[in-house]
Write a protein that binds this ligand. Sequence first.
Ligand SMILES: [Zn+2]
Length: 304
Amino acid sequence: MKRSVLAVLLTLALLLCGGCAAEETAGKTFVTSFYPMYVFTLNVTKDVPGVRVVNMAGESTGCLHDYQLQTRDMVTLEGADALIINGGGMEQFMDKVIAQQPDLPVIDAGSGIDMLCSEDGHDHEHGEHDHDHGVYNAHVWLDPALAIQQVQNIAEGLAAVDSENAEAYRQNAADYTARIQALDAELSAQLAPLVGSAIVTFHEAFTYFADAYGLVVVGVIANDAGEEPSTRQIASTCDLVKGLGVQALFVEPQYPTKSAETIARETGAGVYTLDPVVSGDGSLESYENVMRENARVLTEALEP
Ligand SMILES: [Zn+2]
């Protein structure tokens, strides 16, 4: 009698365990490092059954400069089937991730993209042993042509990790690429009258965007996105704005606007907001919507 109870219990336990295992293997969890990778991956995995996309960095994080990996991030990564990163040094915590999760597939969306050197003044002072700041300007997602490359890289990476759904990822990437191409054409037409305009942005996020549409970033307010600029830096930006007759300063919703307001008071330049798409409403169209809004703001700020 005792034996048969044990047997029933064992069978039950096996059944329950089997159930858990089946549920776990049925789905895939893909973790993205921050918001632009999240939106791109949402589009690439759209309507693929059993796929969950989790964004690691919180809504208020913005760019990942100086981001410190949290304990809860390591917990998130433990259950992941892949981690999707922007690359180019944006995720400066990758050494730690690789050390703790050596088997986690990492999809580098920036792979194969020629990145510009960072204008961040800190990089060149500390030499090659400085790991606090990226060497590259990694904000490539703000050029739609490079965003498409990132989307393609994500699709190929996911296809390798989850071959069963490879075709769905590739088809979704093709559909999304067509949408981004349409966005790019629309922005090119809209921003054409502004070609050659000089702008000052909050940090070096808009270099690739500016290159794509013929705008010229003549200066940034903060060399380091996480730090308030010094009085000396603010003074030199004021000189630059006055010297070049810059009409508009662009702040970012994720960062403080105080220094820009100071510069605006000193120089008479206007203050406007450009969003580097590092936070948003989590909708599939989020990237396109924010880029369109940026183009609208630029037109408002710079049209003669
Ligand atoms: Zn940034």
